[in-house]
Design a binder for this molecule. Structure first.
Ligand code: ZN
Length: 123
């Protein structure tokens, strides 16, 4: 599990750096908001989540391999994670916040991520 854990924060840091370099200012991990979004743009009422493909089950992504042991445990765990995500998005929406999810694997293409982030923030 060490590999998965170590990977967990790196995409988030990379994204924060990228957004900062674009000139946007944000708050990090606002615990007062549903789902504790990773990056918060208070004035715009927009949040960005950086999701690990494994934990949040990125659809069709090859980083989403299923563990070979304790399958039932993992299946339940993943269902819980996904349900929690959906609840958070819904709650945020009800509070008037817009959410964007950037997947861990997307960070390999920073140009594409930059376009998505800018499109989201300037909309
Ligand atoms: Zn992915």
């Amino acid at each position: 599990m060490r590999l998965v854990k170590a990977r967990d924060t790196r995409p988030e840091l990379a994204l924060r750096k990228l957004i900062y370099s674009l000139g946007y200012r944000y708050r990090v991990c606002d615990k007062s908001l549903p789902g504790r979004p990773d990056i918060v743009f208070k004035g715009k009422r927009k949040v960005i989540f950086v999701h690990g493909c494994f934990w949040h089950r990125h659809d069709g992504c090859k980083m989403t391999r299923f563990p070979k042991t304790q399958r039932e445990f993992w299946a339940n765990k993943f269902l819980e994670n996904q349900a929690r995500d959906q609840r958070s998005f819904k709650k945020l929406e009800e509070l008037g916040w817009q959410s964007l999810v950037i997947w861990e694997c997307e960070m390999h293409d920073t140009v594409a991520v930059q376009h998505r982030v800018e499109g989201f923030l300037n909309a």
